[in-house]
Design a protein around this ligand. Structure first.
Ligand SMILES: C[S@@+](CC[C@H](N)C(=O)[O-])C[C@H]1O[C@@H](n2cnc3c(N)ncnc32)[C@H](O)[C@@H]1O
Length: 273
């Protein structure tokens, strides 16, 4: 028996050598519990019944699928092109809860390819669909999602913007044991093409530079809504984050028709089939 069990169980300090980028990513930019609660609340409000099935496009480590399945009777399909990230998600997020199995399927495929089934809730989050950089590509993706939705299904995408989103900048945020850095590295106003990086920095001075790279088109809310309409969706609504007295986001999103511009915002667009 160790002399001092509390000491033995202490985690080693994070450094670039021992850190797992997927763990750091999940801790920095994902809040699956809040997100799953939001999807459930909006689905109940708009469709009048509890949501059961989820299709998570660009699922990466399938953290949201794992959270979704915490309620029994729910099912989920996660889709991603990258076999390594799916394998990581299976080992760290899904095997511990006994999945993939009866209630979850992971599909290694392009999100634009046919996905069997009809889903209550489909999501493309953390701006992943910004990889489609032309109107035709994005419209085609939206149309393929619509084909696999339940009649009263909803499609959720998020978007970011505000005047800071058009400026190259590095935004560090201190988290437990490391610093997450969002780096808006390049922005081309002619195409709205952007190159963003996520870096991680550690207390010992070591760094994981460019742990993740995103080459996207920075789509605006009106463009996204117009393309959803062109893809056949019947109605779209924008869900905007409430601010506190200092103007900081509260994590509560409400449907809004008009808002004032802000330096930086994240919003959801919800599309009804
Ligand atoms: C930013 S991660 C998203 C992770 C997670 N869903 C989230 O919300 O943070 C983007 C993922 O999209 C995947 N991806 C990119 N293009 C894709 C495509 N055309 N079809 C399927 N997956 C794709 C990548 O492999 C990567 O795992």
């Amino acid at each position: 028996m160790p002399k001092n069990p509390r000491r033995r169980s202490k985690k080693p300090r994070l450094t670039a050598r021992n850190a797992d980028p997927h763990v750091l990513y999940q801790e920095s930019v994902q809040d699956a519990e809040t997100e799953a609660a939001f999807l459930s609340r909006v689905f109940k409000k708009l469709s009048g019944r509890p949501a059961e099935s989820l299709r998570e496009d660009f699922c990466g480590t399938a953290l949201l699928c794992a959270e979704w399945l915490k309620k029994k009777d729910r099912t989920a399909v996660g889709i991603d092109l990258d076999p390594d990230v799916l394998a990581w998600g299976t080992k760290h997020n899904l095997s511990p809860i006994g999945e993939p199995g009866n209630r979850l399927t992971l599909r290694r495929q392009d999100v634009r390819d046919r996905c069997p089934g009809r889903f209550d809730v489909t999501v493309a989050l953390n701006f992943s669909y910004f990889v489609f950089r032309t109107r035709d590509d994005l419209r085609r993706y939206f149309a393929s999602v619509r084909r696999s939705m339940a009649k009263d299904g909803l499609f959720f995408v998020d978007a970011y913007g505000g005047y800071d989103s058009f400026c190259p900048m590095r935004e560090p945020r201190k988290l437990k044991g490391f610093t997450y850095v969002w780096d808006q590295n390049k922005i081309d106003p002619i195409s709205n093409g952007v190159v963003n990086y996520i870096h991680f920095e550690f207390p010992d001075g070591s760094k994981l530079n460019r742990a993740f790279t995103y080459e996207w088109r920075l789509w605006t809310l009106p463009e996204i809504r117009e393309l959803l309409a062109e893809a056949g969706f019947s109605r779209t609504t924008v869900w905007w984050e409430d601010g506190d007295e200092e103007g900081e986001g509260t994590g509560v999103f409400r449907q809004r028709d008009r808002v004032g511009q802000e330096a930086a915002w994240v919003a959801y667009v919800v599309a009804e089939r």
